[in-house]
Structures are given as structure tokens and as C-alpha cells.
Design a protein around this ligand. Sequence first.
Ligand SMILES: Nc1ncnc2c1ncn2[C@@H]1O[C@H](COP(=O)(O)OP(=O)(O)OP(=O)(O)O)[C@@H](O)[C@H]1O
Ligand SMILES: N[C@@H](CCO)C(=O)O
Length: 306
Amino acid sequence: MSVNSSVTVTVPATTANLGAGFDCIGAALTLHNNFKLTLVDGETQIIVTGSEAARVDNIYKDNLLYCAYVKLYEHLGQTPSPVKMEIGLGVPLARGLGSSATAIVGGLVGANILAGEPLTQSQVMDLAISMEGHPDNVVPALIGGCRLAATGVNGWEICDIPWHESIVPVVAIPDFELSTKEARRVLPTEVSRADAIFNISHLGLLLRGLETGKTSWLQAALQDKLHQPYRKSLINGYDAVSAAAINAGAYGMVISGAGPTLLALTDTSHSLDVVAAMATAWKEIGVAAQVRALNIDNDGARVIKD
Ligand SMILES: Nc1ncnc2c1ncn2[C@@H]1O[C@H](COP(=O)(O)OP(=O)(O)OP(=O)(O)O)[C@@H](O)[C@H]1O
Ligand SMILES: N[C@@H](CCO)C(=O)O
């Protein structure tokens, strides 16, 4: 495409793991980043807007959106053109809501469109998974909904996980960051057979709980032994916010992605109470947090017309 060609891609935030589904399940949420890519004649430049704009790398070679843009052209064996990248931030950074996945997916999808769509969505997905290192954020960010990814015979198998319409995801986003790198560093490299069995059984329960909305299955399902026991001490107030959410009627609470955002699942009749209870619990121990009831984004990354 020629100079001045442009594309704007909107990409949803994602919540990964959902407790027992460490590194394999995630859901897209109704919170978005917008990325406008315009081919230019001169220097590549990055312009970021939004309340956390100052925290995004504005040296373009370090910026994840730019790295993803370059990755796609390298995959095609082509030299990327200079580009103006305008980032409209709606997803808080390094909070466990898949901000890095939005940048990877936005850069790859935008570059693929500017290059004339040589890659299929599934090829873009493979590149995104290889950049992120695990599939649970980039897959729902790209195709929307709640998705489980597993290695198949010939590449990744992606499974759609039905999400009962009565289940509301509530995210409590504190004002401190926790990088995924740091939150992965505290995890053990080996786990016991008992813990593996615990997670296999609870993930099964979670999938059926999400599909049916059955209370007792969801209450039991939102437990995990592979990552949360090691990470919760990195999140000041985890136990207090969890108890508050459950007392207000949530099925349970988990760490969203690598944290520090906490995710409660509740039903439509309790969602306002759960939002208020989580906000109060964090406020009482001096942590400022934004708490919001969201919906599942079933569309994933999409092009916005100017
Ligand atoms: N809109 C963006 N544009 C460019 N880079 C971004 C953008 N959003 C995030 N990043 C990069 O991703 C980093 C955050 O990634 P990290 O994996 O630590 O957190 P996360 O993706 O928000 O959380 P999680 O993976 O737990 O859901 C930021 O520090 C920044 O380098
Ligand atoms: N599954 C990942 C999600 C965060 O990128 C983790 O929990 O580390």
C-alpha cells in the first residue's frame, strides 16, 4: 500500500487463566485499545493518548506495537515502511488485563491489512502466540469470546467456551503495576501430582460452570493450585478483596492474568453489590482501585472505519 494508507484497529482487553486454566484459557472483555497505523514518507513515530500514555515506550524500536508490525513484515520477507502509530489507551498497562496482547494483536492485524492481507487469521494468531509466549490473552484478543487453546496435531486447537449470559465479570484494577515477567518468576517449575489433579478437575468444572451458570459448580471451580498460591502475596489486599466479593454474592474471585487486577464472577443480580464491596475492601487498606462490571467482547480485534 502507498504512503498515507492507514488502518485503525480496536483490540479488547483480556482476562487470562480464570483460576484453574493457567496459560490456556482467557476471555475478551469490553474494554479496548485503539491503534491507528498510517504509512508515512519520513520517520516512524509513536503518539500515545490516554491517562497512562506516559508509561508506554515512545522510543519506537522498543514499542511492542511497532515490534509486532515489524514481525509481520519480517515473516513475509519484506522491509516494513516507516509508519505513524497512534495509540489510544483504554486498557491499563501491566495490570493483568492483556495490555501486551492488545499491542501484539493490534500491530500484527494492522500490518497484515496494510500489506494487503497476505496472512489468514489463523496465521496471524500463530505469530501472536509466538510473540506473547502463551496463547491465553492473544487468542481471545484476536477472535473474541472465551477461548481455550491447546497444542493440536498440526498446530494450535482453539476451542470456544460458551459463557452463560447470567455470568458477569467484575474487574478490580488497583493503581499499582505487576509485570507478567515478575509474576511468572515466583512460580515453581514443577508441581505435585495432587496439585495437577486439582487443577484438571477444577478446569473441567469451570468449563461446565461457565456454560450452565450453575452456582455450586462455579463456586467450587474458581480455585487453583498452579499459580495463585504463589502470586497472591504480590497483591496487597488479595484476601480482603476476595472475602468482600464472596460476601457480596460473587461465585468466587481469581487473579486476572498475572495480576494485580482481581476478577470476580457473579450474576446479574449481585454485580452492583460486588463492585461496591471490592472497591470498599481495597479502599479500607489504602489501595486506590477502579472496579467495573464488564461484558464479554465476542468480536475480538476489528477494523474501525475513519
Ligand atoms: N498499548 C500498548 N502499546 C505498546 N506497548 C504496550 C501497550 N500496552 C502494553 N504494552 C507493553 O506491554 C507491557 C505490559 O505487559 P505485561 O505482560 O507485563 O502486562 P499485561 O499484558 O498488561 O498483563 P497480563 O499479561 O498479565 O494480562 C507494558 O509495560 C508495555 O511494554
Ligand atoms: N497465563 C499468563 C497470563 C499473563 O500474561 C500468566 O498468568 O502468567
